[in-house]
Design a protein around this ligand. Structure first.
Ligand SMILES: Cc1cc2nc3c(=O)[nH]c(=O)nc-3n(C[C@H](O)[C@H](O)[C@H](O)COP(=O)(O)OP(=O)(O)OC[C@H]3O[C@@H](n4cnc5c(N)ncnc54)[C@H](O)[C@@H]3O)c2cc1C
Length: 423
């Protein structure tokens, strides 16, 4: 599903909005099947890994980050090899539809609505599949890395950085698996430039009963079905991810707007310019006081005196978040370019905050929030969550109603706005 086409083909801009509203009472479903329903034949399958049927493992496999839906499986497969997955799927297939057994691949279980669970079926725990080491190929252009479908993106970052390389397109949070994000899209502030993660994959190995390789030129239909296919077309056991040269440092910038139109105008302008920034996102700030004081712990105000006089008065504000990648030899040029691009923007002048961090610190930034929330026991709460693609033509009326009338009081959880191109 490579729906992203590079710059210059803009029909309309889409906002990608995440409403991550925690602590809202959620509906829970809990279906349980007894062990007597486990088909005996599973226990005799020739596997290098193993199947678990114990309650503790089954209960774990019936949870996710969303913490709102629970579907109880009858077994969890811990595959040691791709052939373990193929054997299990073939076995279930051979049982025929009357078995009512379904299969769900589980990456890191960070779905929001039970997508990596299955009621009365078999969960395949992809993180157990560690048969291949990651292999970085530097001699090709572009370079690439071959990774297991159960690999975490944070591990890929660390491994590829050893070669001075890194994947081009990310999610905001890296403790997710390759199979999990490639089954969705994988969108972050680099998507306007490189497309979502699914547009940065060269080939896949998929289990559909048999093991099949697919790419743009081989089994093309399967390739495009699996990418963004919500885990419904096959199990991703290996992926070839395109890489680029990794920057040494990142200049990370935040500025505020009180006017939504000015905010989106600047977002649109920036994504249309060649090489203005490497990452462009934004978020909405609702009813917050002391905001800039909080930023001071990690960002530096460009004008400390003016920044200390800024008062949000509890107004709804829009933060434009930008990053420019730096290689040490080009630092002066980068600084000049950043200043030039910032001078064209219409943000509130006193709210310009800048910091310089390593690439890992920048990409793994949500993990810092995760640690804080975990320490307060707030990470495992229910997470109602909504992702919307909104066309440019509707974004202003959407903002008027949603930010102007509905979300005027709550500040629970982030509301993120990603400007990207449509096809
Ligand atoms: C804190 C947080 C921040 C996030 N930020 C972003 C973001 O910035 N951008 C973004 O795009 N998304 C983001 N997400 C959403 C995230 O990309 C999805 O929830 C993703 O599916 C989670 O990956 P996972 O490894 O936990 O997958 P799981 O939840 O385990 O699985 C997700 C889906 O993929 C299927 N699946 C898993 N592995 C495979 C496989 N190997 N083969 C086939 N199907 C498979 C599952 O069956 C399920 O349908 C975020 C989620 C969280 C919790």
């Amino acid at each position: 599903m490579s729906f992203f086409v590079q710059q210059h083909s803009i029909v309309f801009l889409k906002g990608f909005i995440t409403l991550f509203l925690s602590c809202i009472i959620a509906t829970r479903f809990n279906f349980c099947l007894s062990n007597s329903n486990i088909p005996f034949s599973f226990k005799t399958l020739p596997l290098e890994g193993h199947l678990s049927f114990d309650e503790t493992t089954l209960n774990k496999a019936s949870t996710d980050f969303g913490n709102r839906y629970q579907y109880h499986p009858v077994a969890v497969l811990h595959p040691n090899s791709v052939s373990d997955i193929a054997t299990t799927i073939k076995h279930i297939w051979n049982m025929g539809p009357s078995s009512h057994l379904t299969v769900a691949a589980r990456g890191h279980g960070h779905s929001l609505q039970g997508q990596s669970q299955t009621h009365g079926g078999v969960v395949i725990k992809m993180e157990s599949l560690k048969q291949h080491e990651m292999q970085v190929h530097v001699g090709n252009f572009p370079p690439y890395v071959d990774v297991s479908g159960g690999e975490l993106w944070i591990n890929i970052l660390h491994e590829t950085l050893r070669y001075g390389l890194a994947p081009r397109s990310w999610t905001d949070y890296l403790h997710l698996t390759v199979g999990g994000t490639l089954s969705n899209a994988g969108v972050s502030g680099q998507a306007f430039k490189h497309g979502p993660q699914i547009s940065n994959v060269q080939q896949l190995q998929i289990v559909i009963g048999e093991v099949v390789d697919c790419s743009e030129v081989k089994n093309e239909e399967l390739f495009h079905s699996v990418l963004g296919g919500l885990g419904q077309f096959g199990i991703i056991t290996q992926a070839r991810i395109l890489l680029e040269e990794a920057p040494s440092m990142v200049k990370w910038i935040r500025v505020l707007y009180s006017d939504f139109e000015a905010f989106t105008r600047d977002q649109e302008r920036l994504i249309s310019q060649d090489n203005a920034f490497d990452y462009i996102e934004g978020f909405v700030i609702i009813n917050r006081t002391g905001l800039l004081n909080n930023w001071r712990s990690s960002f530096n105000p460009q004008d400390p005196v003016q920044a200390s006089h800024f008062n949000s008065d509890g107004k709804t504000l829009f933060c434009l978040e930008l990053a420019k990648y730096i290689n040490f030899q080009h630092i002066d040029i980068v600084n000049q370019e950043v200043e030039r691009h910032l001078s064209d923007l219409n943000y509130i002048q006193s709210t310009l905050f800048v910091t310089e961090v390593t690439y890992v610190e920048f990409l793994d930034r949500v993990h810092v929030s995760e640690m804080k929330l975990r320490s307060k026991g707030l990470w495992d709460v229910p997470h109602p969550w909504l992702n919307l693609f909104i066309p440019k033509s509707k974004i202003h009326s959407f903002a008027q109603v949603v930010f102007g009338n509905i979300l005027t009081q709550t500040s629970n959880g982030p509301v993120l706005i990603y400007p990207i191109f449509s096809t």
